[in-house]
Write a protein that binds this ligand. Structure first.
Ligand code: GLY
Length: 570
């Protein structure tokens, strides 16, 4: 259960640029299950979670903590935390107000629908995943500024940047998992970046090696001094443009100047006696999650039992149908009509489940052509926060794949995303996550690519109950679903629900992917007999969640699949 907290302590809390801020010494003792009296931050790196907690202790609210954590993650978790990518933030204030912020990347103005096709009309797969052409116009800095302007309590932007600047400038000790990733990606970094970068060194990286990012510190200082103008205009924008010219990318100064984060109306729906508040398009997460939950309403999952044959069958069939709708209908609603209300309509969803056969799998092929599976990956990062007054933030952010396009903006010190791969490069051809799409998610200048990120907040009886989300590509949605069902239907504690083995179905490819322990041998045999194919994967999405306990205390849980997930609270 609860491991002792003793994670080295930042000396003093500081809330000014001139603050006196000391970085903990390794090794970090990671806490993945913690109960706090009044506030909680769960993030994908101990230093970033600690930054969020200290902002709360200094009088910031959950949004302030989310902003500071995001900037800290951009330093200490460079493979997904970012200023060169984008994300989504779902907010529920203590008074019940809900909101959703979209700071997803956009296709550059010069992007074209067929930009990743060769002369024979075939997708050149590497172009949308690696190098300069894979980069969407970054949204993170604009998103953080929007969140700050609308909801900050601290009203001290520089204070929110200060910890990240400190970590970049003075360096920090990397974790074992970061060391192993930096070694793994060394040749890709070198290929994409002819000049020296801080992530490449001659020696093999080891845990506790110090990573100093001076260029990134300077970029963060420009953002600290000038807000989003310090990123989208002036020195940093010029460096991004030069980087694009160097590598044949498309992003222009105009694209950067024109980027806007947008406030959206969250997807809100009911599941049993819970109210779910989650992300609308351009994420598919909220709609797909609510579709699956609504299709499952009629099934007595609790009576069926956790990961019993009946439970797995019902959940997989609901997932299959929802992901089929995802491919057909979902995209950026600013560019393509997404019939959100119709897709979430209970009658419609019951009709979709009308052909559910309790004895047999429904073949996905009846809904479209078979495609090969993409290799699953776990990039992206999530933070869940509840503050002392009950405000809650669920925020997921990404560069897409690990370290995004692998391209560093020379002289500015940050990785650029490869989010363009989340568009449908060609109808019916799967992206990295094996997801396929149609016209709704075709590439257009200025459009945002469809996402699976599912930052979610749950109410029970009108009160805040859970905050959750995850990295994990297409498995994010089903991981959020299964964590939720673990608590709402299967009577689990939050830690049991987050740590329970998981399975996933996304319509195409027509296979249940699962962690080995998720489905036992007896159930596997029954599933085979019903027509299912199964494929084991080593792990799925990495949930970070906070739950309000019956006594009002907060339980924060990181995913035990990830050694760096960390819960911090008080
Ligand atoms: N790049 C992964 C996602 O947005 O779903």
């Amino acid at each position: 259960m609860k491991r002792s907290i003793i994670f080295c302590i930042f000396s003093l809390i500081l809330i000014s640029t001139a603050c006196n801020f000391s970085t903990p010494k390794p090794p970090y003792e990671v806490v993945q299950n913690l109960v706090g009296d009044s506030a909680m931050v769960v993030a994908e790196h101990p230093l970033a979670a600690q930054v969020g907690k200290e902002i709360l202790q200094a009088g910031g609210n959950a949004v302030d903590a989310a902003i500071a954590t995001q900037f800290a993650l951009a330093v200490v978790h460079p493979r997904a935390g970012n200023i060169g990518g984008g994300g989504f933030m779902v907010i529920r204030l203590a008074d019940g107000t809900v909101d959703a912020l979209d700071y997803r990347e956009k296709a550059p103005a010069l992007a074209t629908r067929d930009m990743y096709l060769d002369e024979n009309g075939n997708v050149e797969e590497s172009l949308s995943k690696e190098g300069h052409l894979a980069v969407g116009v970054p949204g993170t800095v604009a998103g953080m500024e929007q969140a700050y302007m609308k909801y900050s309590k601290l009203k001290d932007w520089k204070a929110l940047l200060a910890p990240a600047i400190h970590l970049a400038e003075d360096g920090f000790a990397i974790t074992e998992s970061e060391a192993s990733r930096l070694n793994e990606y060394k040749s890709q970094f070198q290929k994409a970046n002819p000049d020296p970068i801080p992530f490449v060194q001659e020696a093999v990286w080891k845990m506790n090696d110090k990573l100093v990012q001076s260029d990134l510190a300077n970029t963060l200082k420009l953002i600290s001094e000038n807000g989003s103008m310090g990123f989208y205009q002036g020195e940093t924008a010029d460096k991004i443009e030069s980087e694009m010219k160097r590598g044949g990318g498309l992003i222009s100064l105009e694209d950067l100047k024109n980027y806007e984060a947008k406030w959206r109306k969250p997807v809100v729906g009911n599941y049993k006696n819970y109210r779910i508040i989650t992300m609308p398009p351009p994420s598919s997460g909220g709609i797909v999650l609510m579709q699956i939950l609504t299709m499952l309403q009629r099934f007595p999952l609790k009576n069926y039992g956790f990961q019993s044959i009946k439970s797995v069958h019902a959940i997989v069939e609901a997932e299959r149908r929802a992901y089929a709708d995802r491919a057909k209908y979902l995209g950026d609603s600013d560019f393509y009509y997404v019939p959100v209300d119709s897709l979430l309509d209970t009658t419609y969803l019951n009709t979709k489940m009308a052909d559910f056969d309790s004895m047999k799998a429904t073949p996905s092929a009846v809904l479209g052509p078979q495609v090969k599976i993409g290799v699953e990956s776990y990039e992206t990062t999530h933070t869940s926060i509840v503050d002392q007054t009950g405000n809650a933030v669920s925020v997921t952010t990404t560069l897409n794949l690990n370290y995004g396009s692998k391209v560093i903006v020379q002289g500015a010190g940050f990785f650029l995303n490869d989010e363009m791969d989340d568009f449908s490069a060609k109808p019916g051809v799967p992206n990295y996550f094996g997801l396929i799409g149609a016209e709704a998610n075709a590439i257009q200048p200025g459009k945002r690519m469809l996402s699976s990120m599912t930052p979610t907040i749950v109410e029970k009886d009108g009160k805040l109950f859970m905050v959750l989300g995850a990295p994990g590509g297409s498995t994010i949605i089903t991981a959020v679903l299964q964590t939720l069902l673990g608590v709402t239907d299967y009577g689990m504690n939050l830690d049991q629900a987050v740590w329970a083995p998981r399975f996933h179905h996304q319509w195409l490819p027509d296979v249940i992917t699962c962690e080995e322990a998720a489905i036992d041998t007896t159930v596997r045999k029954q599933l085979w007999a019903m027509g299912y194919k199964l494929e084991n994967v080593s792990r799925m999405a990495l949930i970070k969640a906070v739950m309000v306990l019956p006594d009002g205390k907060l339980q924060g849980v990181g995913d035990n699949r990830n050694p760096d997930d960390h819960a911090c609270g008080f």
